[in-house]
Design a protein around this ligand. Structure first.
Ligand code: THU
Length: 141
C-alpha cells in the first residue's frame, strides 16, 4: 500500500479532532472523532453517538466507515482516531474497540494503517494485522 504523505496524514488527524467536537456522549463523557481516507481521495468523518439504551450507541470509527460505505466507497487508505474526555482539549490514548477492528477487517487489508491519539500530544500508528491478529474476515467464508 502506498504510504500516506505527511501533509495528508496531518489533514486526517485534524479532521478526526474536528469530528470529535460533534460527539454525542452524555453517558460516558468520552468524546471520539474519526477521519477515514477513501481510495477515492475523499475524507469521511464520524463521531461516537451514544444512546439511553446503551448498546444502541456507536463508535466514531464505525460511524465514519458506514457513512463511507453507504456513499459508495468501500476501499480505504487510512483512518485517524482522536479521543479524550468530553470538554477537554487534550486527547488521550484511544485505540479502536474490538467491534470497530472487526468492521475495519471487512473493508481493509492487514497493512491498513490505523492512526490513534497516543495521549502524548501525538498520534501513533498500528496496522490492522497488529490490532486484530489471526482475524476472521470475508476470505474465511
Ligand atoms: N469509543 C469510540 O467511539 N471509539 C473508540 O475507539 C473507543 C470508544 C466510544 C464509544 C463510547 O461512546 C465511548 O467512546 C466510551 O467507550
Amino acid at each position: 500500500m502506498k504510504p500516506i504523505p505527511e501533509e495528508k496524514l496531518k489533514q486526517l488527524e485534524r479532521a478526526a479532532a474536528e469530528a470529535r467536537k460533534k460527539s454525542y456522549a452524555p453517558y460516558s463523557h468520552f468524546a471520539v472523532g474519526a477521519a477515514l481516507l477513501g481510495e477515492n481521495g475523499m475524507v469521511y468523518t464520524g463521531c461516537n453517538i451514544e444512546n439511553a439504551s446503551y448498546p444502541a450507541g456507536i463508535c466514531a470509527e464505525r460511524t465514519a466507515i458506514f457513512k463511507a460505505v453507504s456513499e459508495g466507497c468501500r476501499r480505504f487508505r487510512a483512518i485517524a482516531i482522536a479521543g479524550g474526555p468530553e470538554g477537554a482539549d487534550c486527547l488521550t490514548l484511544c485505540t479502536p474497540c474490538g467491534i470497530c477492528r472487526q468492521v475495519m477487517r471487512e473493508f481493509t487489508g492487514p497493512d491498513f494503517p490505523v492512526w490513534f491519539s497516543d495521549g502524548n500530544g501525538g498520534f501513533r500508528m498500528m496496522t490492522l494485522a497488529q490490532l486484530l491478529p489471526e482475524s476472521f474476515g470475508p476470505d474465511s467464508l
